[in-house]
Design a protein around this ligand. Structure first.
Ligand SMILES: O=P(O)(O)OC[C@H]1O[C@H](OP(=O)(O)OP(=O)(O)O)[C@H](O)[C@@H]1O
Ligand SMILES: Nc1ncnc2[nH]cnc12
Length: 178
């Protein structure tokens, strides 16, 4: 079994959560297993090192599940980590954007000054569905003067075509079927 097949076999699949008609894919069983979590982080770090001869300046993690991956990846790469948080959670001055996602509407914010002009940012999250969340993060990076060089997810739902909303290449380890 390949690393990716192993990680896919661990995903939790929850029909009709958090709403009827949504099949929720749960990454927590991967984090509960130390070998699986190490496999996941190493896979993503290797992907970044191979794809970007000049490493990113900033790993941008999305609230909340992107926070479980982003800081660890940033630490391995010795780059900085910047959070994109849900509305009203970040102190100081913020940029914000409202967006639609697979099961609702939300607000994302980033702290002003956290992304330097021209910084090469790599966005990380657990899953891309409609792409609304990741595209909103891309808008915040742009508003801050940064450049998104790639979006990385553990899981994508290709039938929702979220990747089409993104302004940079997208990589996902696992492509879920509809
Ligand atoms: O591609 P989209 O349709 O935008 O959906 C994907 C987003 O939805 C989930 O986050 P959620 O907002 O549920 O937040 P959570 O991580 O706090 O559970 C997931 O972690 C992504 O961030
Ligand atoms: N189907 C899904 N499973 C887990 N997280 C999600 N976020 C948006 N859609 C999701």
């Amino acid at each position: 079994m390949s690393d990716v097949e192993y990680l896919k076999s661990l995903l939790g699949v929850h029909p009709d959560f958090p709403k009827k008609g949504i099949t929720f894919l749960d990454i927590f069983p991967i984090l509960q297993n130390p070998i699986a979590f190490e496999t996941l982080i190493t896979h993503i770090v290797h992907h970044i090192l191979i794809t970007h001869p000049t490493p990113p300046d900033i790993i941008v993690g999305l609230d909340a599940r992107g926070f479980l991956l982003g800081p660890m990846i940033a630490s391995r790469l010795k780059t900085s980590f910047v959070p994109v948080r849900k509305g009203g959670k970040l102190p100081g001055e913020t940029e914000n954007v409202t967006y639609d996602k697979e099961y609702g509407k939300d607000i994302f914010e980033i702290q002003k000054g956290s992304v330097g002009k021209g910084s090469r940012c790599l966005v990380i999250d657990d899953l891309i569905a409609t792409g609304g969340s990741a595209a909103a993060a891309g808008q915040l990076i742009e508003k801050s003067g940064g450049v998104t060089i790639e979006y990385i997810f553990i899981i994508s739902l290709p039938f929702l075509k979220g990747e089409e909303k993104l302004n940079a290449p997208c990589y996902s380890l696992i492509q879920a079927e509809d």
